[in-house]
Design a protein around this ligand. Sequence first.
Ligand code: ANZ
Ligand code: ZN
Length: 818
Amino acid sequence: EQQYDPRAVQDKWQARWAELEPFKAAEGDDGRERRYALDMFPYPSGDLHMGHAEAFAIGDVPARYWFQRGYNVLHPIGWDSFGLPAENAAIKRDSHPAEWTYANIETQAGSFHRYAASFDWSRRLHTSDPEYYRWTQWLFLRFYERGLAYRKGGQVNWCPNDQTVLANEQVVGGHCERCGALVEKRVLTQWYFKITDYADRLLDDMKQLEGGWPERVLLMQRNWIGRSTGADVDFVIEGRDEPVTVYTTRPDTLYGATFMVVAADAALAEEIVAPEQRAAFEAYRDEVSRESEIERLSTEREKTGVFLGRYAINPVNGDRIPIWASDYVLAEYGHGAIMAVPAHDQRDLDFALKFGLPVRVVVETGEPDPAETGVATAGDGAIVNSGPIDGLAKADAIARITALLADKGLGKAAVNFRLRDWLVSRQRFWGCPIPIVHCPACGEVPVPDDQLPVTLPANLRGSDLAPKGTSPLAAAEDWVNVDCPKCGGAAKRDSDTMDTFVDSSWYYYRYCSPGYEDGPFDPEAVRRWMPVDQYTGGVEHAILHLLYSRFFTKVLYDMGMVDFTEPFTRLLNQGQVILNAKAMSKSTGNLVDLGEQISEYGVDVVRLAMLFSGPPEDDIDWADVSPSGMAKFLTRVHRIATEVASAPGADPAGGDTALRRVTHRTIDEATVLVEAHRFNVAIARIMTLVNAVRKAIDSGPGAGDPAVREAAETITVLLSLFAPYTAEEAWAVLGHQAPVIRAGWPAADPALLVEESVTCVVQIAGKVRDRLEVSPAIETAELERQALSSPKVQEALGGAEIVKVIVRAPKIVNIVVR
Ligand code: ANZ
Ligand code: ZN
């Protein structure tokens, strides 16, 4: 007998699929149910690695399951092909970023084919293609018209290594998300998308995602948006006409406000500082400008600050309180100034104790005096030392004081968000050009739609692209100088490019109607396919990409272009592939090479090992997986198919009922498990069925038994989701002409799902009239129904009047007649 080698069958089936195109989505409506399975599209950095292999194996299962069920499935692929690595490679190799990018895309596409990904290749897109980014620019202009894309000057995050600005979302722990450099602050004029206009809806619409998205992703988004409720309170400043507004979540503690703190880098501090304190203030402010936001918000660090030499009046008790500047208050949050309540806020207390400022308790929590212990009391308790609100509990006190302030015109209820507008301009070359022209006479002028796309110049390469702090496009004279679209005068193109997260915020719409010429997508096609039923990708996108995509979708909804408000119904975040507990990443290198694994074991073994190792959300330690165990399993499956195929035909009426029960229970459970994304358990069930078949062949009715064939075919179809090449091969061995992808999904026979049965005796007036085979778990009402509808019972009753039915499930039914 020949040994089964999973590698030997790959090319044959690959060619067959290429010919049949079984993964092509059907246009139009053919009456079938539709499903959209989406994988986060890759960045073309070199060839596919183990992380891709895992993510795409996981994403392939629901898609193949839906194909198998006969649904019309959209399972597309494309590339997120703008971005810095291409540009850095081009600088190093003295080439154009497109060369590196498109070469890598071809390599990855070849690997995806080999890896048996069930993609509809006809919808392939690349975000760096002019026919794609034409529509990214078109969307930018629609945002611009709606006031959702705007330019403003201000402090921004600057990566000194990549020489470009970064969005807040791209700063992780004070470092550049991409290169790890310590992020600096710079004051620059940049483009922003007004995502803050959508903060409430981004939060509220999460209700639609509960149950479909991982709880932790929803939590991360909720925290990132960071809605807080409280009040704005106006403080009069001595010697200044305008009062200063502070935002507080605890207006109930207003009587305990003993000083005020202004962000050291806020314009207000600069404006109000008294002359004698100016030198000290400026020295301090310069220090602060070098700190990261993380450092500033740290509760561990010793507090620093400087007195501004000015006083404010507490609006409820008239106290004259000093105004300080410090780094622990952020210029960009709330109003950039706070009322400090040291007794009940730890940071305020640390500051008060450091600088000898008064501490006044206004909530009686029963805890020791904060001024003594250095621990602020944040618990609930009755309000004290607070005039008209004394004795009230927190919620009542907040309501009361807010109303009082509102009456006097000194404040109002307020909501604040942590979310900031999305900084979208980048000073780099390999991105989507911003379609705006700056004209000395007309100002910002949008490039007319019929002049899109504004394409990148092809003649810049190598050192032309080296980071210099301004976009390399600004130096491309023949590109940047244009006539103003409005007045025809000499003008300049905006030379920044868009954050690549703009490109990826809408690619899944383009898949619905690739090549559509009249807009970014055909609204009809989007109505048919969207929202995405299943989105698979890494949890590293829990905030950035998913939040931006949700934002885009809401804007498209407001533009009347789509009729739903959330793009992704269900989200699955796969774990990482690690080795000996070390993550494989850019810094540690790819510890296991995907290409080598595939050459050694074959695609099916690698896929199966990935999927069998644990729940898809968990990390896979490649040191713990057993490719050889998977190879043995596939060999067993193949051997069963061979034996069944060559067995002499047996009596078709025969059939091992015990085996049939196992088969149908496996179908039933595998269906539920696949839908619940418990792929590893589904595979374990298939393995159990394989064992049962082996036993039936060796020491049961033998390979010719119809129940054995049924089981072998079931194994093959179920396995096609996880090890598609082997499944096709086994299916052909079993004698089928059409591929297994066309075999449909098996249906479990409910009669065979009954665990085991017990005999129930049905008596009429004490005499046994029938015996029923029922499930041991049968419910009383169902058993009564079955007993009464039994023909034998009906006959014995012969029209007699039933007085009572006594049911002792599952064993006895007693019918009392008159
Ligand atoms: C007085 C107070 C008393 C406060 C108390 C808290 C506790 P969230 O929940 O994050 O919105 N705050 C306001 N603006 C700030 C800024 N720009 N930088 C740093 N801190 C700021 O936090 C709101 C609370 O954080 C506000 O409520 C304010 O301190 C502070 F027992 O006001 B609170
Ligand atoms: Zn002009």
